[in-house]
Design a protein around this ligand. Structure first.
Ligand code: PLP
Length: 289
């Protein structure tokens, strides 16, 4: 079946989807993006929160984008329908627009919107992952979901070359900020879940935000507080989150076993609760009912 993408206001076969050579996304990574999962019921999981974060990324970079959420959801649903995937995610990118290459543009440009859909199956039993820590060499606005991701590309290669499934990024003070494309969490020996606060140092994951709420519902205490690599290695449990993964346990950090080397109780409880939310979401605003 032909894969369909959306560019320049049209649905086109994925392989024929093009953007201009003069697009600022191509020249400068002057663009933002979102990755939004949809479940087997055909709903975008926390879709509204993703679009809210998209708006705040656009605002932070002063990219004027006029399409409403309603219109965006319409295109996203149509893209999923045309691709006939039972579940997966939509990748959505907005660039500042097209102009001859110059760092500075004073004119108003029409932003470029492009989307594609990818099929994937979300697993009830998540794989157990190994991570390696690498220096966090990114810029200082990681709260913006920008396509400028070289710092992560470099880190992920370093981790993958050692056999890791994900990189954990460590700042100059020795704290783990987040994963290459995921948020990072540990569970202390007191049973408290810890994750980096939502500052400019991290992307405030939509899964992260939802999981903090879910944890409250199941009486698990979450502290938004930075932790060091040593804290992580001696933690009771560790896990990561993202929209395309949900909650995945981490069983090794830098070749060192975490806890008993299996998914811990608290991770399992959160993973099950998030899985339930994910599967049962019945509208794009992310609520279950
Ligand atoms: N942190 C980074 C750097 C990411 O790139 C991502 C996802 O792409 C996340 C965290 C997780 O965010 P979300 O839960 O919104 O998918």
């Amino acid at each position: 079946m032909t894969r369909i993408a959306y560019t320049n206001g049209m649905f086109v076969p994925h392989d024929y989807a093009t953007v201009s050579m003069d697009d600022r996304g191509y020249h400068f990574a002057d663009s933002v993006y979102e990755v939004i999962a949809y479940n087997q019921r055909g709903f975008f999981v926390d879709g509204k929160r993703h679009l809210d974060r998209l708006r705040s990324s656009l605002k932070a970079l002063n990219i004027p984008f006029r399409m409403s959420d309603q219109a965006l959801f319409l295109v996203m649903h149509e893209l999923v329908r045309k691709n006939r995937h039972s579940e997966g995610y939509v990748y959505l990118q907005i660039t500042r627009g097209i102009a001859p290459r110059d760092h500075l543009v004073r004119d108003f440009l029409e932003p470029t919107l492009a989307m594609f859909a990818e099929h994937c199956t979300f697993q009830e039993t998540p794989p157990h992952l190994k991570v390696f820590t690498v220096p966090d060499i990114r810029w200082k606005r990681n709260d913006i979901k920008s396509t400028s991701l070289l710092g992560v590309v470099v880190g992920k290669y370093q981790a993958a070359n050692k056999g890791g499934d994900e990189a954990w990024l460590v700042n100059d003070e020795g704290f783990v900020t987040e994963g290459g494309a995921t948020n990072a969490w540990i569970v202390t020996h007191k049973g408290v879940v810890q994750t980096h606060p939502a500052t400019n140092a991290i992307l405030n994951g939509i899964t992260r935000q939802r999981l903090i709420e879910i944890a409250k519902d199941v009486s698990i205490v979450v502290e938004e507080k930075p932790f060091t690599v040593e804290d992580a290695k001696s933690a009771r449990e560790a896990f990561l989150t993202s929209s395309t993964k949900g909650v995945h346990p981490i069983i090794e950090i830098d070749d060192q076993k975490i806890g008993n080397g299996l998914m811990g109780d608290i991770t399992q409880k959160l993973q099950k609760a998030y899985w339930h939310f994910y599967q049962h979401t019945k509208n794009d605003y992310g609520e279950i009912s």
